[in-house]
Design a protein around this ligand. Structure first.
Ligand code: 13P
Length: 339
């Protein structure tokens, strides 16, 4: 295992004021996003949309890496340059989503376990050859009556650690993503308790499977109230609970924590990250690996029309810039209005 290379890549992904764009929507997910703007999910439209994001001038000041879906890793941009090469030429590190999605868990079918370990060693070799230097695997933990079960947490933690160990063997930095969903009516305290239990299992499994903590990143949910909870916690309460939870479970050897946005609105996700960084300094870099919270305004501005590309890029640039500032605790409302 090339530990130095893994550590260098992990640190570069969380360089000060920079974070990750998650543009790795699977085919069903990108179809859902395109449906919302009445655009058909054809290979051509997916290429045009990803090209728009990746060629946005100046976004590389705030974006250290981009997570791609397999199709995009092997696709060319509109200029004819393969996407990984296009990103690398701007100093942006290409990454790849390697899991095969969350499937019903045998014996507890309301819960999910993420699949994709079979054949992963060979796939990782192909992805590395195509230019991927980091990867993502997402486990999904739902909060409901009596759930998550210990069984669900155990198997997901085991799979995350198996994936992470295989990535490191291949010289690829694993992003370990155990996502506690914000769906449901639970309150902040319940989200914190479930995230506590999840992170305990995840770091136990990473230790058992000898994953190099210095050569990985954690991608967790924030500690927030469930979407349907009547009592929505304030930005400050979310920031304090999230930091408290992470300090209890994430060793200082992990170079960075890059949050998912999970369905929060774009500006709220930015405000949460900013508030957490204002509580620092912390033992790890705290940044973003947002999908929806970076892309939503760009997607809405684009609507599949070439004449809207410039407006969409402007919208994406603004989100990247605001989140870059939040990663340093330097974000303000005025940044939104100045745009
Ligand atoms: P969201 O920020 O939209 O939650 O997406 C991040 C991600 O990559 C989820 O796996």
């Amino acid at each position: 295992m090339d530990s130095d290379k893994l550590m260098r890549t992990a640190q570069a992904l969380v360089a000060s004021g920079k974070g990750i764009l998650a543009a790795d929507e699977s085919s069903p997910t990108i179809k859902k996003r395109f449906d919302s703007i009445d655009v058909e999910s054809t290979e051509e439209n997916r290429q045009a949309y990803r090209d728009l994001l990746f060629t946005t001038d100046g976004a590389e000041e705030f974006i250290s890496g981009v997570i791609l879906y397999e199709e995009t890793l092997f696709q060319k941009g509109l200029s004819g340059t393969p996407f990984p090469e296009l990103l690398s030429s701007k100093g942006v590190i290409p990454g790849i989503k390697v899991d095969k999605g969350a499937k019903p868990l045998a014996g507890s079918p309301n819960e999910k376990v993420t699949e994709g370990l079979d054949g992963l060693r060979d796939r990782l070799a192909d992805y590395a050859k195509a230019g991927a230097r980091f990867a993502k695997w997402r486990a999904v933990i739902d909060i409901a009556d009596g759930e998550p079960t210990d069984y669900c947490l155990d198997v997901n933690a085991h799979a995350l650690a198996r994936y992470a160990a295989l990535c490191q063997e291949a010289g690829i930095v694993p992003i370990v993503e155990p996502e506690v969903l914000m769906d449901g009516g639970h309150d902040l305290a319940r989200c914190e308790a479930v995230t506590d239990a999840t992170l305990i299992k995840v770091f136990e499994a990473l230790k058992t499977q000898q994953v190099l903590l210095e050569g990985m990143l954690l991608k967790p949910n924030m500690i927030i109230s469930g979407k349907k909870c009547g009592d929505q916690a304030s930005v400050q309460a979310v920031a304090e609970a999230t930091i408290r939870c992470l300090k209890r479970h994430v060793p200082a050897a992990v170079p960075g924590i890059v949050f998912l946005s999970g369905g929060q609105s774009d500006e709220v996700a930015t405000a949460h990250l900013d508030a957490m960084n204002r509580l620092g300094p912390h033992p790890w870099q705290l940044s973003f690996s947002y999908g929806r919270a970076l892309q939503a305004p760009a997607l809405a501005a684009w609507r599949g029309k070439p004449e809207n590309v410039e407006a969409a890029q402007k919208a994406y640039y603004l989100r990247a810039k605001c989140n870059g500032a939040a990663a340093r605790g330097d974000y303000s409302d005025a940044m939104e209005k100045a745009a």
